[in-house]
Design a binder for this molecule. Structure first.
Ligand SMILES: C[S@@+](CC[C@H](N)C(=O)[O-])C[C@H]1O[C@@H](n2cnc3c(N)ncnc32)[C@H](O)[C@@H]1O
Length: 344
């Protein structure tokens, strides 16, 4: 999109915002305020804001035990319009990001070309379970929601690798998002072939997933919603096989000042309004924008992945630094490999 169409869109949005401001601005000035009205339970820590029992929910500080319920409210509310809203909010670009994410992971194993996995960890071809059993990969798509990334991975494995055995489990904490995914899956060949399943699970306690059982762990636009990200990273490490790959696609920090200015104006003014007009829910989309703002920058998140025990494809600070910016840093792909020798 060129700068003329960006500024035209911004002007149109400002007009729209003025139209709606009289009815909406008092009621929805910020998501945190409206949620506070609903739940009088939130109070900031008295001494240090680093208190272990508090976390953030968008721009609001909330008790850790409340965040999950609040995030659940958001995604229950947006589930039915989630896919349409994704297209509108990102002008369709989220599809390109997801396509690129999947291509970069190259999921699947060609049954003809299959040979014993190499001993060096790779971020593009996760290790198969055993050299003598040319079965497909076991992929866990965490916070998989409506299955957007899962469908892409299965399409890719089938089309590029002629692989009809790789399977994906979509795990999500929200039953409404999973229901929307199951509905999509019903008209696909994958659920009938037992290659796609949907399970309700919290990324921070994957009790039903055995240790060292997963070849590839993906999480797209989910991790910033977790209450305790280090705990989720520890779980990712536990469930992955040695040599298995952790891959995350998430909103991140724009690295150009002028572009950042335009992007912030778009996200903070347009997205909540589109949410109100299309999904009838401004608050949830206000939260989504605020949560992007609160998520750590690229280098900090790469360090968190490293601290969980993963090897980064490149060291933090080096070119690449274990991550790849998309669209100037609006989104970012992070990867980590579980070492073959578990040193944790
Ligand atoms: C923005 S959606 C992303 C869905 C999908 N991955 C995609 O890219 O379209 C975020 C998802 O994270 C899920 N989620 C939030 N907290 C979670 C948690 N602790 N464990 C598992 N899923 C969670 C939400 O229910 C929601 O479906």
């Amino acid at each position: 999109m060129n700068s003329i169409s960006i500024s035209r869109s911004l002007r149109r949005l400002e007009r729209l915002q003025r139209l709606h401001s009289t009815t909406l601005s008092q009621q929805y000035r910020c998501f945190s305020c409206s949620i506070r009205n609903q739940h009088e339970t939130t109070k900031p820590p008295t001494s240090s804001s680093q208190s272990a029992n508090y976390t953030h929910f968008g721009f609001e500080t909330v008790a850790e035990n409340l965040k999950q319920g609040k995030v659940a409210e958001v995604f229950s509310s947006v589930a039915s319009s989630y896919d349409t809203m994704n297209d509108l909010m990102s002008l369709g670009i989220h599809r390109l990001w997801k396509d690129h994410f999947v291509r970069s992971l190259d999921p699947g194993i060609n049954p003809i070309l299959f040979s014993a996995p190499t001993s060096s960890p790779s971020t593009s071809s996760p290790a198969a379970s055993s050299p003598s059993t040319p079965q497909g990969l076991n992929i866990l798509d965490i916070a998989g929601g409506t299955g957007d990334v899962a469908f892409r991975m299965l399409d890719y494995a089938s089309r590029i690798h002629n692989d009809s055995t790789t399977r994906v489990t979509v795990a999500d904490i929200n039953p409404e998002m999973l229901a929307a995914g199951r509905k999509r899956a019903a008209s696909s060949p994958y659920s009938r072939a037992n290659r796609l399943s949907f399970v309700e699970a919290n990324a921070e306690t994957l009790t039903t997933v055995p240790s060292s059982s997963v070849d590839l762990y993906t999480v797209a636009f989910g991790i910033r919603n977790f209450t305790n990200i280090p705990k989720a990273l520890d779980e990712a490490y536990r469930v992955l096989k040695p040599g298995g790959v952790f891959a995350c696609l998430e909103f991140s920090k724009v690295n150009n000042e002028a572009f950042n200015w335009a992007y912030k104006r778009w996200s903070f003014s347009a997205i909540p309004i589109i949410g109100q007009l299309v999904a009838g829910d401004r608050d949830s989309y206000q939260y989504l924008v605020e949560s992007i703002e609160r998520f750590p920058d690229q280098a900090t998140f790469a360090r968190m992945i490293q601290n969980a025990g993963f090897e980064l494809p490149a060291k933090v600070g080096e070119l690449g630094g274990g991550y790849e910016d998309l669209s100037g840093g609006i989104a970012c792909i992070h990867k980590g490999v579980k070492p073959l020798e578990d040193t944790k």
